[in-house]
Design a protein around this ligand. Structure first.
Ligand SMILES: O=C[C@H](O)[C@H](O)COP(=O)(O)O
Ligand SMILES: C=C(OP(=O)(O)O)C(=O)O
Ligand SMILES: [Mn+2]
Length: 462
C-alpha cells in the first residue's frame, strides 16, 4: 500500500459534480491499493461526472432500517445471512440467475428462521459486487501476460489485451446493471414471490438432492403451521413481503465517492451504491483511503478480518469507524480459515468485548479456506467451510458472545466449484461445472446444507 490517487495520476481530478461534504475527499491524499489505472483515460472524468448525477440506488431511510436490524443481530436477537457471487458479471445479470440466487437465500433464511426461531436479515452480495481485489496485478497464460481480471466494473474476464484494459466506462455499466438487478430483487421480494406461503415453490426447478428433500419436509411443516394459523384467522400481510438488502465490497473509491449523496432528512452523507458496504482484507489498513472514506458515510460498514488481524487492529478500526459506538454501525466479518479460527478468534472477541464496544460478529467461512485442486482450479472443501462455521459457533458460545451472521459466496445454480457436500462434487466436475470468474461458490445444494448446519448450531445455542 504505497500509492495515493495523486501518485497514480498527478492531475487526479476532483470529483466533478459529486456531493460536497467536509472530509469526503480526504481519502484522495491517503495510501490506496487495489485501484484501476484509468485516471488518464479520456473517459474517466465523464464516467465519474455521470455517476455523480444519477439517482441513488438505495434510500438513506432503508440504510437506517438496516442499521437497526444489524443492531438487533449484534445483541443476539437476529441473524444476518449475507450471500452471493464472489464476482457478479454483467452477462450473468439475468432474471433466471438472479431469481435462483434470491430463492436460495430465501430458502436458507427459512431454514435458519424455522430452525433457530430468530429473525433473519437477508442480504445479497448482489447488485454491485463487480470489483475484485487481486493477489497479483497480472495473469500469465503460456507466453502471454495481461492485467489480471479485476471484476466487470474494471475490465473483462476474456483473456485479450482489449478486454483486460481498465475501462472507466464500465463503472457506468456497473451502476445500470446494479439498478436492474436491484429492481428485480425488489420486485421479487415485495411483489408476492417471497410470500412465505410459497415456501414449496422456491424449491421448484432445482435438481432433487438430499438437502432439497430435507427442505421439502421443513416446508411441509411450515405449510401445516401456516394452514393452522390461517384457520385461526391470522393476518398474513406480514408474510407477503420480505426485506432484502444489497451489499458489496467498497473497493473502487471512484465509484463509491461518486454515488455518495447528502441525505435531505439528516444532512449526512450516505453511499447510495448499496445498503451495506464492507472493506476487504487487503484494503483495511487503518490509515488507508478505504477506511477513511467509509468512516465518513452513514451506512453500516463491515470489515473483513483475516488470521493476521490483531486485537489492536480491531480496536483501532472500532475507534475510527464507530467512534460513537453506535449499535449496528460496525460488523466484523472474520475469515480466519478452519485451521486458525479456534486459536485466533477468541482473543479478538475477548479484547473487543472487554473494550465495551458492541460489534456484530459474522463468519465468512470461504476466504480463509481457498486451495488449488490437483487439476488446477481454485476451490474450497465443503468440510473445511463447515468446520470454520462450527469453530465460529464454538468460540462465541464459549465466550458468551453472539455469533451474529454468516457471509458466504454462493449461487442458486447447480455449479461445481467447491469440493464435497452431501451429493459430493469432485474435481473432475470442475471441467464442465466451474463457472465463477473469481472465487468458488457453494452451489444451490451446498448452500442449503450449510443453512441446515447453521440452523442446528443456532438452535443448540438456543
Ligand atoms: O474474492 C476474493 C479475492 O478477489 C480473491 O480471493 C483474490 O484472489 P486471487 O488470489 O485469485 O487474486
Ligand atoms: C475479496 C474478498 O474477501 P477478502 O477481502 O476477505 O479476501 C471477497 O469477499 O470476495
Ligand atoms: Mn471472493
Amino acid at each position: 500500500m504505497s500509492q495515493t490517487p495523486a501518485d497514480l495520476d498527478p492531475s487526479f481530478p476532483p470529483s466533478s459534480g459529486a456531493a460536497v461534504y467536509p472530509g469526503l475527499d480526504e481519502w484522495r491524499s491517503l495510501p490506496i491499493s487495489q485501484q484501476p489505472s484509468w485516471h488518464n483515460d479520456p473517459g474517466y472524468a465523464a464516467a465519474v461526472a455521470e455517476l455523480s448525477m444519477v439517482p441513488p440506488l438505495v434510500f438513506a431511510g432503508e440504510v437506517d432500517i438496516l442499521r437497526d436490524r444489524l443492531a438487533q443481530a449484534a445483541q443476539g436477537k437476529a441473524f444476518l445471512l449475507q450471500g452471493g457471487d464472489c464476482a457478479e458479471t454483467f452477462e450473468a445479470a439475468t432474471a433466471d440467475k438472479i431469481s435462483a440466487r434470491v430463492r436460495t437465500i430465501l430458502q436458507m433464511s427459512v431454514v435458519l428462521t424455522y430452525g433457530a426461531s430468530l429473525p433473519v436479515i437477508k442480504m445479497g452480495r448482489m447488485a454491485g459486487q463487480f470489483a475484485k481485489p487481486r493477489s497479483s496485478n497480472d495473469e500469465t497464460r503460456g507466453e502471454t501476460t495481461l492485467p489480471a481480471y479485476r471484476g466487470d466494473m474494471v475490465n473483462g474476464f476474456e483473456f485479450t489485451p482489449e478486454s483486460r484494459r481498465h475501462d472507466p466506462a464500465r463503472m457506468v455499466r456497473a451502476y445500470h446493471t446494479s439498478a436492474s438487478t436491484l429492481n428485480l430483487i425488489r420486485a421479487f421480494t415485495q411483489g408476492g414471490f417471497a410470500d412465505l406461503r410459497l415456501v414449496h415453490h422456491w424449491n421448484r426447478g432445482f435438481t432433487a438432492n438430499p438437502a432439497h428433500s430435507r427442505y421439502e419436509s421443513l416446508a411441509r411443516d411450515i405449510d401445516r403451521a401456516v394452514r393452522f394459523m390461517d384457520v385461526c384467522g391470522a393476518d398474513f400481510e406480514a408474510l407477503k413481503r420480505v426485506e432484502f438488502f444489497a451489499s458489496h465490497e467498497a473497493l473502487l473509491l471512484d465509484y463509491e465517492r461518486a454515488l455518495t449523496r447528502i441525505d435531505s432528512r439528516t444532512g449526512q452523507p450516505y453511499d447510495t451504491s448499496a445498503h451495506f458496504l464492507w472493506i476487504g482484507e487487503r484494503t483495511r489498513d487503518l490509515d488507508s483511503a478505504h477506511v477513511d472514506f467509509l468512516s465518513r458515510v452513514r451506512n453500516p460498514i463491515g470489515v473483513k478480518l483475516g488470521p493476521n488481524s490483531t486485537p489492536e487492529d480491531a480496536l483501532a478500526l472500532i475507534d475510527k469507524l464507530d467512534p460513537n459506538r453506535e449499535p449496528g454501525r460496525l460488523t466484523f466479518i472474520t475469515r480466519m480459515g478452519a485451521q486458525n479460527i479456534r486459536e485466533k478468534l477468541p482473543t479478538l472477541v475477548e479484547k473487543v468485548t472487554a473494550s465495551g464496544a458492541q460489534v456484530l460478529w459474522v463468519t465468512d467461512p470461504m476466504h480463509g479456506n481457498t486451495v488449488t485442486s490437483p487439476n488446477g482450479y481454485k476451490t474450497r472443501n465443503f468440510d473445511d467451510v463447515m468446520d470454520e462455521v462450527r469453530g465460529f459457533f464454538e468460540v462465541h458460545n464459549a465466550l458468551g458472545t453472539f455469533p451474529g451472521g454468516l457471509h458466504v459466496e454462493m449461487t442458486g445454480d447447480d455449479v461445481s466449484e467447491c469440493l464435497g457436500g452431501a451429493d459430493p462434487v469432485d474435481q473432475d466436475a470442475f471441467v464442465e461445472g466451474y463457472e465463477s470468474v473469481c472465487d468458488p461458490r457453494l452451489n444451490h445444494m451446498q448452500s442449503l446444507e450449510m443453512a441446515f448446519l447453521v440452523a442446528g448450531a443456532l438452535a443448540e445455542k438456543g
